[in-house]
Design a protein around this ligand. Sequence first.
Ligand code: FES
Length: 150
Amino acid sequence: MPAIHFERERKSLDVLPGTNLRTAALKSGIELYSTLHRVFHANLEMGPVKFPCGADVIEIVEGKGINARTPEEEAVIAGRWFLKRKVAPNMRLACQVAVNGDVTVRTMPVRELDKEETKQRVGFLGVVGGFFLLMALMLGLIGLDLVKLI
Ligand code: FES
């Protein structure tokens, strides 16, 4: 029977092969989410489009008895919106890990910000945001002109 060792909590769980790591952790009272994410985390699914919350990041300290990480999972760990974080090869989303052998896990690992990529994203969003603001302003002026207020 595989065992999951939670390093920070100093707790071990014996689980059935194929057990989902997130489910096992939450069932035994091990917290995977930061305070903010405990309130706001949501995995959204709209047809074929999925928006996983990316809040249950863990680090596999030791052990190989788990399924492989997918590119989508890596993208979620890195962050899809404003902030881009560096992703170590042993970082996983707990909800995506199936345990088939002994593993040692570190919950809520410190994640380093990828400053260059984040700067580029913020710059791009600034340009796009400025464009939409300008368009809204022009539409507003056109609307005022139509009702003869200016
Ligand atoms: S629970 Fe949200 S990504 Fe794992």
